[in-house]
Ligand binder design. Structure first.
Ligand code: UDP
Length: 219
């Protein structure tokens, strides 16, 4: 009987950073090297960094007992679209995590999380589906994070913060801690610019930049 196959969807910058973590994780489980592939619909190469690249169609038709995908694409709207596509084909989602990630007590993740090296998630935290936490990001106590949220490298998300679906937090941003009765809220689809220091709630769909972070002037 054939064995399971594991895909990293996306063979560009994000996917190439995730693949080595996936390789190490599967090696620990004894999964053969050739059962881990990139999936990419427009890559043009057959092999990237030593790993086969399959189109989505080739991935779903490859002989396998089960198929697992991690969506390694930064754009959260693309992740959501591809998650629906995979789910319709009964593909399962797996989470990829660097060996040195620290996750403390009472943390729940939705499916498909990707945690890069040096990420720390402390205690009593709820995180939704297809979360990306890039290099050196942290999530502090009592945060609630929605689906398809993306942290670029070095995000410092302090305690009692709520981050709604599809928010994007840029590299090096700092989010001030909220309180148990009044969490700081980053609204759905909001964008926090790189290096911003967020001291107040960010409305859904807004972009904030600077120190302290302010709504970006769209003019
Ligand atoms: N991609 C894909 N199918 C899609 C959308 C994107 O295979 O429906 C691939 C695309 O070909 C590219 C990667 O996903 O190789 C996204 O790469 P990009 O450089 O845009 O972003 P990043 O790697 O930073 O997320």
């Amino acid at each position: 009987m054939s064995s399971a196959i594991y895909g990293i969807y996306g063979a560009s910058g994000c996917g190439r950073g995730v693949m080595p973590l996936a390789r190490e994780q599967l090696l620990r489980k004894g999964v053969p090297h050739d059962r881990l592939v990139f999936i990419d619909d427009a890559c043009g190469a057959e092999v990237v960094n030593g790993q086969r690249v399959l189109s989505y169609e080739a991935f779903v038709t490859t002989d396998a007992s089960e198929r697992f995908v991690a969506l390694a694409i930064s754009n959260s709207a693309v992740r959501e679209r591809l998650a629906a596509r995979c789910a319709a084909d009964d593909i399962l989602f797996w989470s990829v995590s660097a060996g040195n990630v620290v996750v403390m007590d009472n943390v729940t993740f939705g499916e498909g999380a990707i945690l890069s090296p040096f990420v720390t998630v402390t205690s009593n935290i709820r995180i939704g589906r297809h979360f990306h936490a890039n290099l050196y990001s942290y999530v502090e106590h009592d945060c609630v994070i929605g689906d398809y949220v993306t942290f670029a490298p070095g995000v410092r998300c302090n305690g009692n913060v709520v981050i709604e679906d599809h928010a994007y937090v840029g590299s090096g941003a700092v989010i001030r801690q909220g309180s148990p009765h009044r969490p700081l809220v980053i609204g759905a689809g909001a964008v926090v610019g790189m290096g911003a220091v967020v001291t107040r709630d960010v409305p859904p769909g807004a972009t904030v930049v600077g120190i302290p972070a302010r709504l970006m002037n769209r003019g």
